[in-house]
Design a protein around this ligand. Structure first.
Ligand SMILES: *[C@@H]1O[C@H](CO)[C@@H](O)[C@H](O)[C@H]1NC(C)=O
Ligand SMILES: *[C@@H]1O[C@H](CO)[C@@H](O)[C@H](O)[C@H]1NC(C)=O
Ligand SMILES: *[C@@H]1O[C@H](CO)[C@@H](O)[C@H](O)[C@H]1NC(C)=O
Length: 265
């Protein structure tokens, strides 16, 4: 459809760029261990090429050069794949529609890395696209924590769960928040370049008494036993007090801080 042979030479020139060797994959994609990932992929080849005996494709892991024998993740001609991908991969896309979308199941840390697609149109018309998709396999969710947490100042913590496995939709829970004053939780779904991330933001105002307390984010898939947790400990800085403003500049802030702490006991 994209490579229609256009009658007007002018249009042919304009359209030509879209009919060269091109692939579209997300540059980065992530997945939790033991879940799955779908790498969306579409490709293009020069309009002059007529696939000979079908359109075929190969997914390589690690690097794009077939002469270096990278692990084969998927191969439509033979179904022969590297040991670590046996029974794990499936091409969801229809290669005849130039769709090379790949599913990898039961992901482990060893599957972290770069994935390259190679189109095989028969004869010498084989080409590995230099653009790759880099998979990050996580065994804990990521939490965004501000550089500095200051007491009595509203704090936002955001926890992320990749959502690129259609069969398993993650949920996020915050742990150990019972002692927090008026915690508020909001969730969001972010899509970027064909990949998706679920996030949950916890907002509250920490007090000095929360220093050193643990908080956690739990990502889980309903109806499975898969649970992933990350714990953080709150390292709370005391907010500046008006009394500090007018003291002599020779006194270091740290000493003031200690003094304030001692004074508070
Ligand atoms: C490619 O195939 C996948 C799986 O069938 C589908 O979800 C996706 O929409 C297709 N992409 C395009 C561009 O048609
Ligand atoms: C989990 O299982 C219950 C009962 O079988 C079902 O009602 C529910 O829809 C399932 N939830 C998900 C997310 O699959
Ligand atoms: C501290 O100094 C500022 C000016 O530097 C002044 O406006 C303020 O009133 C002072 N505060 C006290 C408690 O003296």
């Amino acid at each position: 459809m994209w490579c229609l042979e256009l009658l007007l030479p002018l249009l042919l020139i304009i359209n030509d760029a879209r009919c060269q060797w091109n692939v579209w994959v997300p540059r980065d994609i992530s997945a939790m261990t033991n879940s799955c990932v779908v790498i969306p992929c579409t490709f293009m080849y020069p309009s002059g090429i007529r696939p000979y005996r079908g359109t075929h494709g190969i997914w390589y892991f690690g690097q794009p050069y077939p002469q270096l024998f990278p692990p084969v993740v998927f191969k439509s001609r033979t179904d022969v794949v590297h040991e670590s991908y046996k029974g794990r991969t499936k091409l969801l896309g229809d290669l005849n529609q130039r769709n090379c979308t790949l599913l990898i199941n039961n992901i482990g840390a060893e599957h972290s890395g770069k994935y390259y697609f190679r189109a095989d149109l028969g004869g010498a018309n084989m080409y590995t696209y230099p653009d790759f998709s880099e998979l990050k396999v996580l065994d804990q969710p990521n939490i965004d924590v501000p550089e500095e947490i200051v007491s009595d100042v509203s704090l936002e913590l955001t926890c992320y769960a990749p959502d690129n496995c259609p069969e398993m939709t993650p949920e996020i829970q915050w742990m150990y928040i019972d002692y927090l004053p008026d915690p508020e939780i909001s969730s969001d779904f972010l899509e970027d370049g064909n990949t998706a991330v679920l996030s949950s933001t916890l907002t509250f105002t920490p007090r000095p008494m929360h220093n050193g307390q643990l908080l956690g984010c739990r990502v889980y898939y309903p109806n499975t036993t898969q649970v992933y947790e990350r714990l953080i400990s709150l390292d709370i800085k005391y907010s500046p007090r008006s009394v500090w403003v007018n003291v002599s500049s020779e006194v270091m802030e740290g000493q003031l801080c200690d003094a304030a702490l001692r004074g508070g006991q």
